[in-house]
Structure formats: structure tokens, C-alpha cells
Design a protein around this ligand. Sequence first.
Ligand code: GUN
Ligand code: ZN
Length: 427
Amino acid sequence: MHIYRSALLRFDAQGAPLYDEDGLLAIAPDAEGRQRVQAAGAWQALHGQFAGQPVTQLPGRIIAPGFVDMHIHFPQTDIIGSPAEGLLPWLEQYTFPEESRFHADTHGAQVAEFFIDELLRNGVTTALAFATSHPQSVDALMREAQRRSLRLICGKVLQDRHSPDGVRDATEQSLLDSESLIARWHGVDRLGYAITPRFAPTSTPEQLRGAGELAARHPDVWIQSHVAENLDEVRWVRELFPRSRSYLAVYDDFGLMRERAVYAHCIHLDEADRALMRERQTAAAVSPTSNLFLGSGFFDFAQADTAGFRYGLASDVGGGTSFSPFQTMMAAYYVGREGQNKEGVSLPPSTLWWRHTAGAAEALGLAGVIGNLQPGCEGDFVVLNPQATPLLARRTAQARNLEELLFAMIVLGDDRLIENTVISQAK
Ligand code: GUN
Ligand code: ZN
């Protein structure tokens, strides 16, 4: 049993923030030995239940849920910040050559270790990650996540056409490899598998069909891909799949839209696409630093809310420019404003924060498991130090309410604000 006394941030079932300036968080192992939140709330109300137990006092600190990154590419760690005219030239010039290096086990293992260090330094405790088309790249990341007890979801990229030698896979073998990786990793400790067609243009209809069949045989396995990120990409898909109603509909036509399917970007969607997202209970991974960096466009938060489909925030490193959830939330704020094209002042800070924690967990089908610190949740959390930099200390000291405090941290925060990241351990 661990008892912490500090400020404490959580979310209620509707996504509203709960904040105790003087809070208590009690973490204890469940029957299987997994560390879970046993109690969370005001110190005054709860501490009597734990009389005589040792307490870790964290004065001036804030305990908050670990962040959930809904879309990130671990093999793109080393090409972050590579400028290109747009998505397609960026893939050809930087991404495919870099990903071809992951045929070597030693390279994958070395990048996986750095990648997970970087997630943790930034307070990210769960990620839905792309590996490369090499099955051994999945093994490398899963092994490292397992060693650190992380709840992590990852998959082998499927790309059997329009891809250069070194990353292109073979249709039948790619599906067999995915099936073996599901057997090896899905549900082992805290790990999950995601069936991962890169995006419609780099898969043959046969590969997409096979992926859909695999998804039907394994309904609790995730699906991840990209959709409607860039206008050249959207045009290309229209040429390649003229019989589908839209780019998004290509995935639906192959049985790749369902709960636990997560599509990055979802920028150039129409109303019918948004309705389909909702109907299929499919989630969008909104990746604003990537969309701004690659000039892809602006996710429409208002239309997404009107349609009522699930979405959460994501870094999309290495198209995205930062591992830091603070940078991602800040960029989402900018995108929500889009110059003077949108009404109001964009998304409230507590909504941005929820979309990167409990809201992202809900979109992944992991509500009540991660992304929050309500009783029963797994004990993944961050300790924030709002005094980490002189300006953070000065600005947060003047915050008059929770929204101002959260906003100051979003605007001014980076990895220095994350004093500690704690991962739920199993006995
Ligand atoms: N579309 C297909 N592959 C990728 C990728 O690696 N990154 C991004 N941002 N979009 C993609
Ligand atoms: Zn991506």
C-alpha cells in the first residue's frame, strides 16, 4: 500500500475535472497483485481510513493521471523535425528509409529503450504505437514495454504496395506474421496488439481484406491506421479505390471500422464520414503538432463533437514534433482556434487535458483502466512540479482557479514539469 498526500487531479465519468488541493491517493495491489487506486479524494475526508500507515508527502506537487498517447511511431523517433512539402514526400524522403533500418534486431531494441525513456520523461504511461513492417520491430518494443510494466499497444505495419524495398511486405506473410504476433503479445501482462495497415494507399485490397478478417477473428485486438490527413493522399485514395464512397469508407468496406479501431488525423472528412465514425464506435487520434508541421490541415473539434464520435489526442511523432503532452495540448488549442476562422477561444484546458488522459482511454476502450485516478484504475500517474521553471512557478502561483492553473501548465510546460512518472507494477 502506498499513500500519497499532494494536490490531486482526476476526472468524473462525464469528463469534468475533480481537483483536491490537499488530496490523498492510496494505491494497493489487487487480488492478482496489480497496483490499483484504492482511494482518491480529499485528505480530510479519507485519511482516517489509513491511520498509522506511512504517507509520502509531496508538498507543492500535483498528482495527475499518466498521459495516453493515442498515436505514435516508435521507429520515427530519429526523424522528428524533418521538414517536407507534405505527407507523401515526407514518407518517401525520410520515413521509409528510416523505417527500413528496423530489419536489424539490435537497432529496434536500442530505439525501443530510448523511446520508452522519452515517453516516461514526458509523463506518457500508455501509447498506441506503430512499429515498422518488420515483425521483429514489434518484438523489440513489446519486450521493452514488458520489462518496464507499461500498458502499451503496438502492431506490425502492413504495407504490401507503393512502398520501397526494405519496408514493403508480402501479402500473405504479412497476415501470418500479424497473427503470430497477436498470439505472442496480445493480453500478455499489460500489452495489447493492434492490426496496423499503414494507410489505404500502401495496402492492396487483398491485404486490407485479410486485415479485416483478422480483426473479425480477434474482436478485442485493436486496429490502427491513418485517414484523410492530406489532400494529395485523399485524391490518391479516390483513384485507387473508386468504388468506395470516401477514403474512410475504404476501411469500412474491408471490415476495419469497429470499436477499438483508431484512425489518426480524420481531417478531411465529410458529414457522412463523421456519422460513420460514430456509428462504428471508431475513434480518431487527433495529432495537431503533426498536422501543423506537415501542413496537413485542422481537425474540426466542433464538428466532431456535433457528430459525437470518440477522439483523443496524440503526438504522431515523428510527423509530430514533440513527445510532450503539453505541446500536443497547446497545438490542439491553436488548431481549435485556427486563426480567426473559429468562434470562441478554442477548447478549455480541462477538456484538452481529459482528451489526453481519461478521454483518450475511453476512446481506446480502456475507460476505468487507465487515464484516470478513480478507484479501480491501474496506478499509472505523474507527479507534476509547477515550480519546475521560474516562469511556471510565477505564473501558476497567480492562477485563480483550476482552469487557469491547467492552462498555465499547458502553455509553459514541458518534460521539466514532469517530476516523476509512476507505473503500476504487478507483484
Ligand atoms: N500516413 C501513412 N504513413 C504515415 C506516417 O508514418 N505518418 C503520418 N503522419 N501519416 C502517415
Ligand atoms: Zn502516424
